[in-house]
Design a protein around this ligand. Structure first.
Ligand SMILES: [Cu+2]
Length: 156
């Protein structure tokens, strides 16, 4: 890492100014698609950016739901199903999207206060010990469109 860094600096001296201040990893575009049925989990989506050194998401917690899990949708023999994911690696300078049909959060028992407010704070537990706090917009099922996550969650 260090050698690659020095080489880059030699080749591009003008970029030196940016080198002392590495881009951090961060999460954005977070939203929750509220389940139409209170007994069924809601789904959460976001985009994780690795920054200059990459990152690992080891879990997500919140005060505004009873339980949160990271899941992955997988097609096996033409049938979609889901499995829990323990951790997700976000490559340096890359991004990983949690999006309908792929990786997603499942949130059980989203808090009525958060629903009324239209957003909820999620805490991302990172592999380096950092915690990233992100506000996720809560979208009611009718506002989020008819296709996608509601269906995949019916199959749980
Ligand atoms: Cu799921």
């Amino acid at each position: 890492m260090r050698n690659a860094f020095a080489l880059t600096a030699l080749l591009a001296p003008l970029a030196l100014g940016a080198c002392g201040d590495p881009a951090p990893s961060y999460i954005d575009q977070a939203w929750v698609r509220l389940s139409p049925n209170k007994d069924m989990p809601s789904a959460g989506y976001f985009v994780a950016h690795g920054g200059d050194s990459g990152a690992q998401i080891r879990g997500v917690i919140t005060d505004y739901a009873l339980k949160v899990e990271m899941h992955e949708s997988v097609a096996k023999n033409g049938v979609m199903s889901m499995k829990p994911v323990d951790s997700v690696d976000v490559p340096a300078k890359g991004e990983v999207a949690f999006a309908p049909g792929g990786k997603h959060l499942m949130l059980w028992g989203v808090n009525d206060t958060a629903i009324g407010r239209g957003k909820m704070q999620l805490t991302f537990l990172m592999g380096n010990g950092d915690r990233l706090l992100v506000d996720a917009v809560i979208r009611k099922p009718e506002a989020a469109g008819a296709s996608g996550p509601a269906k995949e969650h019916d199959e749980h």
